[in-house]
Write a protein that binds this ligand. Structure first.
Ligand code: CDP
Ligand code: MG
Length: 163
C-alpha cells in the first residue's frame, strides 16, 4: 500500500516562484520526498514523458502544445512515497481543468483556466503540475526520469506516526 508516485513542477510553477509552496503541501501531508531534481528537457525527452497515450486521450494537437509547454523552461521532478501516494497526490493537485479544481488544491488555488478558454486561444491549460494518474504510469515515469541510485532511503518523523 505504500506507493511511489511521480510529480513534475512545470515551467509555469517555477517561473511563478511557487516551488516552495507546492512542495510544502506534499511535505505537510506526510509524503516523503525520495527523489528530486531540476532539469530542462528537450522535445525528444518530453515526447517520452507525454507518450502516444496523451494523444489518444486528448488529441495530437494537445500533445504537441504540451510538449512545447514543458520544454519552455526548467522543470522540477519529484518522486514521492506514501500510503496510496498516487491518489493522494492527485487529490492534493486537483483535476486537470483549473476552472474545475476546488480551492485547497494546488491547481484550484493557483490557476483558473478553462478548457473552453484554452481551446479558443489554442493554448494548453497551464495547471502548474503533472502527477502520475495510476501506479502503472508512476512506475513508467519514475523509470524515465530517475535512475535507481537517485532514489534515497531514509527515515522521516512521519513514518513513526502515520506510516
Ligand atoms: O495532467 P493530468 O493528468 O491532470 O491531465 P492529462 O489528461 O494527462 O493531460 C496532460 C496535460 O495536458 C494537462 O495537465 C494539461 O496541461 C494539458 N491539457 C490541455 O492543455 N488541454 C486539454 N484539453 C487537455 C489537457
Ligand atoms: Mg495525466
Amino acid at each position: 500500500m505504500i506507493e511511489r508516485t511521480f510529480v513534475l513542477i512545470k515551467p509555469d510553477g517555477i517561473e511563478r516562484a511557487l516551488v516552495g509552496e507546492i512542495i510544502r503541501r506534499f511535505e505537510n501531508t506526510g509524503l516523503k520526498i525520495i527523489g528530486m531534481k531540476m532539469r530542462w528537457v528537450d522535445k525528444e525527452f518530453a515526447r517520452r514523458h507525454y507518450t502516444e497515450d496523451v494523444a489518444k486521450r486528448r488529441g495530437e494537437k494537445v500533445r504537441k502544445m504540451l510538449i512545447d509547454y514543458v520544454t519552455a523552461g526548467p522543470v522540477i521532478a519529484l518522486v514521492l512515497e506514501g500510503v496510496h501516494a498516487v491518489n493522494l497526490v492527485r487529490k492534493i493537485v486537483g483535476p486537470t481543468e483549473s476552472q474545475a479544481a476546488a480551492p485547497g488544491t494546488i491547481r484550484g488555488d493557483f490557476s483558473h483556466q478553462s478548457y473552453a478558454y484554452a481551446d479558443k486561444k489554442g493554448i494548453p491549460i497551464k495547471n502548474l503540475i503533472h502527477a502520475s494518474g495510476t501506479s502503472a504510469e508512476a512506475k513508467q515515469e519514475i523509470a524515465l526520469w530517475f535512475s535507481v541510485d537517485e532514489l534515497y532511503k531514509y527515515q522521516t518523523v512521519h513514518e513513526k506516526h502515520t506510516m
